[in-house]
Design a protein around this ligand. Structure first.
Ligand code: PRT
Ligand code: ZN
Length: 226
């Protein structure tokens, strides 16, 4: 990415739960894109705007490091990366521009349904499988619980049955995945939806003008959906 470019660069998830709605929102705001499956970068044909299509986990860092101008990402990933960078002394500044009305989910602690769970104190000294170690430990610390993490990048819901952990901390939307794995949701630790974020520092005037045009359009699109 050429940082001196006057084209506004927006990072979105390449393929996953946020991709379709991210592109649909930008298109509804008037940006035209032709997306080629294999390409990392997609140029708008009617605006000086480029889309960078990456893993969602990379979006907060790209924004915080000023590599891209804007990003659309789940608040769960954003907050996890912010806590991780804070703990490891890496800059974690960004500006939140809008909460977007898609990608809703919650990060919850769940336990096997045969457990006689009475409350958080039952997790003291236990091992909890998660993909979100910073959000989990941040929450447990606030609640005065000390538990260890089993960090997995996928299939968190099978960890208790596999004997890898006593409980899990994972994203939930309908609850079907927990149900299918014999788990019950006990504590909601974080509620999330997609967010539009901007890199720290001021943007060159030409880019700022596009952002100034984009925000009221997003508000209009979101209002029309209500
Ligand atoms: O490849 P990449 O790293 O970009 O994608 P990913 O696999 O990490 O992410 P992806 O596409 O699964 O999710 C992207 C974002 O969508 C998440 O960071 C959340 O902000 C949001 N989101 C909303 C969800 C869910 N709902 C969701 N239900 N992300 C994941 N899930 C998973 C959850 O992990 C569990 O496995 O769906 C399962 C639970 O769903 P229910 O409906 O059975 O409860
Ligand atoms: Zn991811």
């Amino acid at each position: 990415v050429d940082k001196s470019s006057q084209r506004l660069t927006i990072a979105i998830q390449k393929s996953g739960r946020l991709s379709t709605e991210s592109i649909a929102l930008l298109q509804a705001c008037g940006f035209r894109f032709s997306l080629h499956e294999a390409r990392l970068l997609a140029h708008s044909s009617n605006q000086p705007v480029d889309l960078l299509r990456v893993r969602d986990d990379d979006i907060p860092g790209l924004v915080m490091d000023g590599v891209v101008d804007l990003g659309l990402v789940g608040e769960n990933v954003l907050e996890e990366v912010r806590l991780e960078r804070k703990a490891t002394n890496i800059s974690y500044d960004f500006t939140r521009l809008r909460a977007l009305e898609f990608g809703q989910c919650r990060l919850s602690i769940a336990v096997p349904k045969e457990d006689n769970y009475q409350g958080l104190a039952d997790l003291q000294g236990k091992r909890i499988a998660t993909t979100y170690p910073y959000l989990l430990q941040n929450y447990l610390q606030q609640q005065g619980i000390s538990a260890s993490n089993a960090i997995l990048t996928g299939s968190v819901e099978v960890a208790p049955r596999a004997g890898l952990a006593d409980a899990i901390c994972d994203l939930v939307s309908t609850g079907a995945t927990l149900e299918a794995n014999g788990l019950i949701e006990k504590e909601v630790i974080f509620r999330s939806q997609a967010q539009l974020i901007q890199r720290p520092g001021s943007l060159p005037a030409a880019k700022q003008a596009i952002v100034d045009q984009l925000l009221p359009r997003i508000d209009g699109v979101q209002m029309a959906k209500e």
